[in-house]
Design a protein around this ligand. Structure first.
Ligand code: HEC
Length: 107
């Protein structure tokens, strides 16, 4: 076997091994990634008591109207609004925050 043939053979073995290792590494990372993505967490849902007394309602109104300025974007009655509708930039539509049927927070 000539010297050139030997060199070509070894270059082939080295390159082939590297490509093989790369394929194994990529497959491993894909499997690891999908395992992490599909991981399910067990959580305890806390039930949050919602006060309905006048003081709590007034505190909520103060928070919504003065502190959080929620109605600036979600509408006067928090009924939802469209504050931006641009073919390039996109649509910004703060959702309905009321507890009416069929809305985001209905349940
Ligand atoms: C600057 C505008 C703006 C203000 C101020 C604002 N929001 Fe929003 N809000 C949005 C937009 C826009 C969305 C929709 C985001 C989306 O669809 O990804 C949203 C979504 C929500 C959602 C739905 C989240 C979900 O799970 O989809 C809730 C709840 C909410 N806002 C509550 C509030 C409350 C409470 C306040 C006041 C403390 C508030 N927002 C103030 C713009 C605003």
């Amino acid at each position: 076997m000539g010297a050139i043939k030997k060199i070509v053979k070894w270059v082939g073995i080295v390159v082939g091994s590297l490509v093989g290792l790369l394929v194994v590494a990529v497959v491993f990372l894909i499997l690891l990634g999908s395992m992490r993505v599909n991981k399910a967490y067990e959580i305890q849902l806390a039930s949050i008591p919602i006060p309905t007394d006048a003081v709590a309602i007034e505190r909520g109104r103060h928070f919504v109207e003065t502190v959080g300025l929620c109605s600036e974007c979600h509408g006067d009655q928090l009924q939802g609004d469209i504050i931006e509708e641009d073919p390039v930039f996109g649509t910004i539509a703060p959702p309905n925050l009321t507890s009416g049927a069929g809305v985001l927070l209905g349940s």
